[in-house]
Write a protein that binds this ligand. Structure first.
Ligand code: PEP
Ligand code: MN
Length: 380
């Protein structure tokens, strides 16, 4: 059956029964193990000895929690690191170094505390539906810039899934430079994404632009995208920090790597540690490409933070023919995941057609990405 022969389904008020989730919000710090850091908050890390026993670790964690401080336990290959969060004066007065099994206690001196690599001492894994990001496997997220119709999103979803993509992208709420450009299908677009997920089994990532839309978007998305233009929308960052959904935070086009890390800190400080950082190109004096993809950010972020790093070569270059080279380079540089725009009719796309790969180009690229991944000790 030709994919376009299926008629557009009736738009319901909500996804099929059972599919709608309540907004997974932790509104109070008592329901989360991570509190809102108040301005004098501080973070300390307890590094345990390689031979520390489970009973010793449990004793440390229980005691610290009884003092009203919060903990984040990270299990590395060699040892366990216990991050401690709370008011600076309270942390300072506690004899954290006195517990059996402790090797050392150190304050996190970086301004981004919960985000810093040392706070966990090991890379984080972030789950998007059934897909884990932050492992040796490079995860491919792909789909159109905007969801345009039922036919468009399901056709593209099927083709990218077949080629090897693991997560489906598609914008229903679009941040456009011009108010006269296509702004996205909104709720209807989310419903089409839901249908595409049902058909392919791929979890979906989609942008939330405004706090007023969060409840709606969170009811459909498996991962929330915060776009480049919203990287410093601090009220939106705090709100997504109060949900349990993974969040992909895109670097602002004039933001430094440190700015990106500080924005991520807003999300973690509200209790949500499921954050992906996305390099998507920055504005420079260059005019031959839409943006300049800053691949320096990949190794720098991998050193500075435990959070997984995603690269979006599509927006980073903005020109279809140059996207594959930068996708391969991103994998070689150590990206945990890639986000790529794909459209079956780029010349008719409602947004970003000029930078979207055609399905066969995407399929070819994945074959080449697999080879680069293997060359650098990764897989696809
Ligand atoms: C997008 O992913 O389509 C998008 C709008 O990205 P950015 O926020 O990076 O411009
Ligand atoms: Mn786009």
């Amino acid at each position: 059956m030709h994919p376009f022969s299926r008629s557009t389904p009736t738009i319901l008020d909500a996804p099929a029964a059972g599919a709608r989730r309540a907004l997974p919000v932790n509104r109070t710090s008592s329901t989360t193990s991570h509190p809102t850091l108040h301005p004098t908050a501080s973070a300390m890390i307890i590094i345990t000895r390689p031979d520390a026993t489970e009973a010793q670790i449990e004793h440390i964690v229980d005691s610290v929690r009884r003092w009203g401080l919060k903990t984040e336990v990270s299990r590395g290959v060699l040892r366990v690191v216990i991050g401690v969060i709370g008011p600076e004066d309270k942390i300072r007065e506690k004899p954290l170094g006195a517990f059996p099994g402790v090797e050392s206690v150190m304050p996190v001196l970086k301004p981004y505390k919960l985000v810093s690599y040392e706070f966990r001492g090991t890379p984080s894994h972030v789950k998007v539906g059934p897909v884990t990001i932050g492992t040796p496997e490079v995860v491919i997220m792909a789909g159109p810039c905007s969801v345009e119709s039922y036919e468009q999103i399901t056709l593209i979803a099927r083709s990218v899934a077949k080629a090897g993509a693991k997560v489906l992208r598609g914008g229903a709420f679009k941040p456009r430079t011009s108010p006269y450009s296509f702004q996205g299908l909104g709720k209807v677009g989310l419903q089409f994404l839901h249908e595409a997920r049902e058909l392919t089994g791929m979890p979906i990532i989609t942008e939330v632009m405004d706090t007023k839309d969060l409840e709606l978007v969170a009811a459909y998305a498996d991962c929330l995208q915060i776009g480049a233009r919203n990287m410093q929308n601090f009220s939106l960052l705090r709100e997504v920090g109060r949900t349990n959904l993974p969040v992909m935070l895109k670097r602002g086009m004039a933001a430094s790597i440190k700015d990106l890390l500080m924005s991520a800190e807003y999300i973690l400080s509200e209790g949500n540690f499921n954050v992906l950082l996305c390099e998507r190109g920055i504005r420079t004096f260059e005019t031959m490409t839409r943006n300049t993809l800053d691949l320096n950010a990949v190794p720098v972020l991998k050193a500075e933070t435990h959070l997984p790093v995603v690269v979006d070569p599509t927006h980073g270059v903005g020109v279809r023919e140059f996207v594959p080279a930068m996708a391969l380079a991103a994998v070689a540089a150590g990206a945990d995941a890639l986000m790529l725009e794909v459209h079956h009719e780029p010349e008719r796309a409602k947004s970003d057609g000029e930078q979207s790969l055609r399905p066969h180009e995407f399929e070819d690229l994945l074959t080449r990405i697999r080879r680069v991944a293997e060359a650098v000790g990764r897989s696809l």
